[in-house]
Write a protein that binds this ligand. Structure first.
Ligand code: 3H9
Length: 702
């Protein structure tokens, strides 16, 4: 074969094509070329009566090679290879196992028969990359499973297992034991039964299940899905299939695929796909089987849930009996709910609950492999805990702090063993949010950093290594973003105008609604303890004023918005507007109408500028890390790729020009461009291309 990724052999009349292209058998150009060559050879071999296609390793095929999508498609095109497979006049059997996704699932649909093992995960995740199934999926899938189900599978991107695949008729035969041996035996049965090639495109396009099937699919799209052009492209491609020959429909789907491939949204989603798979930091992770969590509040119990769900033994410590009991109660309720919702069976829920035990002293943590401290956000309190942990924990145990803003080096110093200390900043609710900032302290040992990263991965988190500086990456940028929205409220925008503009841009929640949800008093307390807080009477003045007026957010029904008891949706409160107007007058700020474009631009430029500073300071190692932090921790719209990718799509020349414009109109205080932005804009560079730097620990911080 022209490429060693494809092997062909004859098993007494059955031609076996093996795809061996680790790690996931992606259908890269050389693989496609060799696959085509292989099937042509078998097609012309008179000794071969049927063909079995098999993927080596853990996966059948995970799809097309996503790395190729930055360039125009290269021949042989995948849909042409698949059309050739379907056209063969010998039965072709796809031997499915494990991950069978995207172009891999399309190859299965182009095969004449499909058999699969119970570990099958079959689906069309293209939409998650801003694409549509472009190698025949939109033409063949509806013919096999009906229009409604095909639209659901392709617009959601959610894979199905063997049971659903069998029910839908996607899998003809379930295999037990070795997939290849089973598939070859199945092929022999087909030959013995005189089974002919069975081409999916010979089937007629089914009638729509209802006259509203396409309208229903459009209505079912979430706001986020609607912002990705591929969602509409999938529905339109299937809709067009109903009135076209399959060949014409496939040609039209190819055009739609190519338009989606070139869209900013797909480029953004592909950028995140690769960013999410960054290699772990250097260093050998230590084994972790037992975890201690200090502090049984919402954060501590959330971390304990995440750890227990991942199979770790957890000791949850809280000095207060009542707090400990409340935390253990939360954990028990979480797993009981998971069982009620069918996510865990009774035995699984009982085992996960039993993996967490409570204790009231830190001595209970003497034998554990790793401790995560999640106590009150106060340097003094945390230093006290670390002094005790340093004594109580066994030598070599990793000591992690969940601080969101404090100096990890100062906390580490209190332990007496700073090389063992690392930051593990979870986001609330910790059992749900995927972001984990892993903070490298000045003395953190490489193995300790690697252990924190490996544990994060085991808990299903996206771990991002950051340097030690106030607010690390996420919260420091949040301050810049929040600063602008607070200023704009004094200048004339109402809280709801701010939130609506940013939600329309795609943020999961507007910043004022987020503040109310988190509790305005939390940020207030953090700002009081922040030594480097700007000396500006306008800085976060609106939020501070609300707290001083007893408006704490959802927790007491009054914040930026007013809430009905127990309600989560706030309504604008004229009292807040009056408070802001009076405060602006007191500060001598002239008010004016501020449009949505300005709201979005100022908040985004503030984020971008702070991100560039974090890169310059080495607190963030690469622009894509910042994008991960904002997309996974702060609800930044994925189809915009994160703030740094968004800056690149705006063009850094444009970003620089707008920052300079604000410097002229609003003063240089918050609007002085950084040297690296000036350089990149001058050279036509992109943040994405900046080489990554090791993260550092900032000094002299509050
Ligand atoms: C498509 O098929 C379009 C067609 O309809 C039409 C075409 C015309 N390509 O995730 P992991 C790499 S679109 C290239 O850590 P896991 C990945 O970057 C495609 N590379 O492993 C990583 O590399 P590295 C539709 C890929 O076991 C390594 O493989 N398919 C691809 O946790 C291991 O990945 C998808 O969207 C790829 N398609 O999960 C499936 N996939 O080691 C995307 C993976 O250098 N893939 N890599 O960092 C996945 O969902 C997961 O990777 C999978 C394995 C579940 C397969």
């Amino acid at each position: 074969m022209s490429d060693p990724a494809i092997r062909v052999r004859d098993e007494s009349g059955i031609g076996v094509v093996e795809i061996d292209h680790p790690p996931v058998n992606a259908l890269a150009r050389p693989v496609r070329a060799a696959l085509l060559e292989a099937i042509e050879r078998l097609a012309h071999d008179p000794a071969v009566q049927a063909i079995v296609i098999h993927g080596c390793g853990r996966h059948f095929i995970a799809g097309a090679d996503v790395r190729e999508f930055d360039a125009p498609p290269a021949e042989p095109l995948l849909h042409e290879v698949l059309n050739r497979v379907e056209a063969l006049d010998k039965p072709v059997i796809a031997a499915l196992h494990g991950t069978t996704l995207g172009g891999g699932a399309e190859l299965a649909l182009a095969s004449h028969y499909r058999c699969a093992t119970p570990d099958l995960s079959f689906g069309f995740p293209e939409i998650k990359l801003g694409l549509l199934p472009g190698a025949g999926g939109t033409v063949r899938l509806p013919r096999l499973v009906g229009i409604r189900r095909a639209l659901e599978l392709m617009t959601s991107g959610t894979p199905i297992g063997i049971a659903a695949a069998r029910e839908l008729g996607l899998v003809d035969h379930e295999l037990r034991g070795d997939v290849l041996a089973g598939a070859v035996a199945f092929a022999r049965e087909r030959i013995a039964a005189g089974a002919p090639p069975r081409r999916t495109t010979d089937l007629p396009m089914p009638a729509p299940e209802s006259p509203t099937v396409f309208a229903d699919a459009r209505a079912a799209l979430s706001a986020a899905a609607r912002r990705v052009p591929a969602s509409e492209a999938i529905i339109a491609a299937v809709e067009a299939s109903a009135s076209q020959s399959w060949r014409a429909a496939l040609a039209a789907a190819r055009e739609r695929f190519d338009a989606c491939r070139r869209s900013t949204e797909s480029r953004a989603l592909r950028h995140l796909f690769f960013a999410e798979r960054v290699p772990p930091p250097a260093g050998t992770p230590q084994p972790v089987a037992t975890v201690g969590v200090v502090g049984a509040g919402t954060m501590g119990s959330g971390i304990a849930i995440a750890a227990a769900a991942a199979g770790l033994e957890v000791t949850l410590v809280d000095a207060q009996d009542a707090a400990l009991a409340a935390g253990l109660g939360r954990i028990e309720r979480h797993f009981a709910d998971a069982q009620r919702k069918g996510r865990l069976d009774a035995a699984g829920a009982a085992a996960a609950t039993a993996r967490v035990r409570g204790a009231t002293t830190l001595e209970a943590l003497a034998p554990v492999d790793l401790v995560i401290e999640a106590v009150f956000e106060s340097l003094e309190v945390k230093r006290g805990v670390f002094a005790e942990l340093g004594r109580a924990c066994r030598p070599g145990a990793v000591l992690a702090t969940n601080t969101s803003t404090l100096d990890v080096d100062a906390i580490a110093a209190a332990s007496g063993r700073p090389a063992d200390v690392v930051g593990m900043h979870f986001f609330s609710p910790a059992q749900v949010m995927r972001l984990l900032e892993i903070v490298r302290g000045r003395d953190t040992a490489p193995a300790v950093l690697a252990t924190a990263f490996a544990l994060g991965k085991r808990l299903g988190k996206i771990g991002v290594v950051v340097g030690n500086g106030f607010g690390f990456v996420g919260n420091r940028m949040l301050y810049a973003y929040g600063r602008e929205k607070e200023l704009m409220m004094l200048e004339g925008a109402t809280p709801i105008e701010i939130d609506r503009a940013l939600e329309t841009f795609g943020m999961a929640m507007g910043p004022n609604a987020v503040g109310d949800l988190a509790g305005l008093d939390i940020g207030y307390a953090v700002r009081r303890g922040w030594r480097e807080r700007p000396d500006d009477p306008r800085f976060y003045r609106v939020s501070d004023l609300l707290v001083e007026q007893g408006r704490l957010g959802q927790k007491n029904g009054r914040g930026f918005y007013r809430y009905e008891p127990g309600g989560r949706r706030g309504t604008p409160d004229p009292e807040v507007d009056a408070l802001i107007r009076a405060e602006a007058e007191r500060l001598g700020i002239a008010r004016r109408a501020i449009g949505a474009d300005e709201i979005v631009e100022r908040c985004m430029l503030a984020l971008i500028d702070e991100g560039v500073r974090l890169l310059e300071e080495g607190i963030a190692a690469r622009a894509s890390d910042i994008d991960l932090v904002w997309c996974h921790g702060y609800g930044f719209p994925r189809e915009r790729g994160g703030p740094m990718f968004y800056a690149d799509t705006l063009g850094l020349g444009h970003v620089l020009e707008r920052i300079r414009c604000y410097a002229r109109t609003r003063g240089p205080r918050y609007w002085t461009p950084t040297a690296s932005l000036e350089r990149l804009a001058r050279d036509g560079g992109r943040l994405a291309d900046e080489p990554s730097a090791p993260t550092t620990s900032a000094t002299g911080r509050g």
